[in-house]
Design a binder for this molecule. Structure first.
Ligand code: DMJ
Length: 465
């Protein structure tokens, strides 16, 4: 049985919550009839099956299109950086698929070169590639992986250095350091501290974490009297470019990295900011619609609602609230999404919180519900969260499994659902890892020490590390 004492004792310090449950989650967990370990074996078999198709059809390409068996670039049109392969590495390691892990590492050593005269998105390159290389290095100790992560992070640093405020531009040319797209947002300026901090520790170089924290502080210094930040900001002028406070896309991982900086580096200032931000979000964005808890967009100075959509990505907040000890609120927010899972089988990409109806029919094979379940389970040891995740896994398998892997969906309202033709890179790093961590008794990680990046790269907690 997992040792939950350390996380639970942190909980005792945080006190109660004003949030009352609406009774949406089952009172008892439904343990899968086949048992957790059989479910874990199934997850591993599916991952291996999908990996073999990636090797066969898309080796070294960024993403496989699992219906047609074709592939596509993600960062740079026509120039692939092995995205899915890098994203898969630490998942392969945790699943003890060692030959596959080593084949991936060998590909990285022989082929992955970031000296490309092309623009790449700074944020995505960091969370997916720098994070993927770092976690593979932490797993295996291979110094070449660390050298590759450092080389790439050095190229991304140009995006910070070009701004008088240290706010990274959205795109940077990997060879020349030229930048473009200064109109940016909280997620894209504030999702570096975890990867850059770990890189800094491994290379004894404080510059990376200092740059990441400076960008976050710039935005934090512009909080309103309510304690909220507007989500849009300009890297050149440093000014806010909207009045909308959001927990959702364009802001999400900023908040995660405040907390992660505390967990990873013991940065108490970041913890204080995380608690202040979560408190303000809870007070001024959290709203009940038909008793369900949602966090719609609000004006950052008045708290007035400015938009009533909520995406499936917003589910991460439930996991973050749990990490910060706000268990009741986290559970209640998860319940809102669990109801969507019950109603639609696959949680819609975006809903209107007033009606709980989808705002579109496509979905992106999203991991955030399982992410939140993992963090709630780690904090409480309550198997209801594992049971909800088992349903998430089975529903994904029933709807997204295609000839050569798992795909996003083009229409969740048809029966059967209409498949798209793309497996996003994060599938290899996120949900399959969350399922594995919850269903298996993983031998290569200490769950009490586990810290995952926003892309679920393991940044702390490998057994023996
Ligand atoms: C992932 O790339 C990361 O979780 C990111 O923070 C936002 N969401 C996508 C997956 O939906």
């Amino acid at each position: 049985m997992r040792q939950t004492l350390s996380r639970r004792s942190a909980l005792a310090l945080t006190g109660g919550s004003a949030f009352a449950a609406i009774g949406g989650l089952p009172a008892r967990a439904q343990v899968p009839s086949e048992g957790w370990s059989a479910l874990a074996a199934d997850v591993k078999a599916e991952f291996k099956w999908a990996w073999d198709h990636y090797v066969d059809r898309a080796w070294g390409r960024d993403e496989i299109n699992p219906v047609s068996g074709t592939s596509q670039s993600f960062f740079i049109a026509g120039h692939d950086l092995g995205l899915s392969l890098v994203e898969a590495l630490d998942t392969l390691w945790l699943m003890e698929l060692d030959e596959e892990f080593q084949a991936g590492v060998d590909w990285v050593k022989a082929n992955l070169d970031f000296d490309v005269d092309a623009f790449a998105q700074t944020f995505e390159t960091n969370i997916r590639l720098v994070g993927g290389l770092l976690s593979a290095h932490l797993a295996s100790g291979d110094p070449v992986l660390l050298a590759k992560a450092k080389d790439l992070a050095d190229r991304l640093m140009k995006a910070f250095e070009a701004s008088p405020h240290g706010l990274p531009y959205r795109y940077v040319n990997l060879r020349t350091g030229a930048v473009r797209d200064p109109e940016t947002n909280l997620a894209e300026i504030g999702t570096y501290a975890a990867e850059f901090g770990v890189l800094g520790q491994l290379t004894s170089d404080d510059r990376y974490y200092a740059a990441a924290k400076r960008a976050m502080k710039h935005a934090l210094d512009r909080r309103s009297d309510l304690g909220l930040m507007a989500a849009n900001i300009h890297a050149e002028t440093g000014a806010l470019t909207s009045r909308n406070a959001s927990i959702d896309v364009y802001a999400d991982s900023f908040y995660e990295y405040l907390w992660d900086s505390w967990e990873l580096f013991g940065d108490a200032e970041m913890k204080g900011w995380a608690e202040e931000c979560l408190g303000a979000i809870s007070r001024h964005q959290g709203r009940r619609y038909d008793l369900r808890l949602w966090y719609p967009m609000v004006d950052y100075e008045t708290g007035e609602v400015t938009g009533t959509s909520q995406t499936v990505l917003g589910g991460y907040l439930s996991g973050l609230l749990a990490q910060a000890g706000r268990i009741d609120e986290a559970d209640l927010f998860l319940t809102s999404y669990a109801e969507l899972q019950d109603t639609f089988t696959i949680i819609p990409e975006s809903i209107d919180v007033r009606t709980r109806q989808p705002r579109g029919v496509r979905t992106g094979l999203r991991p955030e519900f399982a992410d939140a379940c993992l963090h709630l389970w780690l904090m409480t040891d309550d198997d209801r969260y594992r049971a909800l995740t088992a349903t998430h896994y089975r529903n994904m398998k029933a709807t997204s499994k295609a000839a050569y892997g798992y795909t996003s969906l083009a229409d969740i309202t048809t029966r059967p659902m209409t498949q798209g033709d793309n497996c996003p890179g994060y599938w290899w790093s996120e949900q399959m890892k969350y399922y594995w961590l919850m269903f298996a008794e993983p031998r290569r990680v200490d769950l009490d020490r586990l810290v995952l990046s926003t892309e679920a790269n393991v940044l702390r907690g490998f057994a023996g590390a």
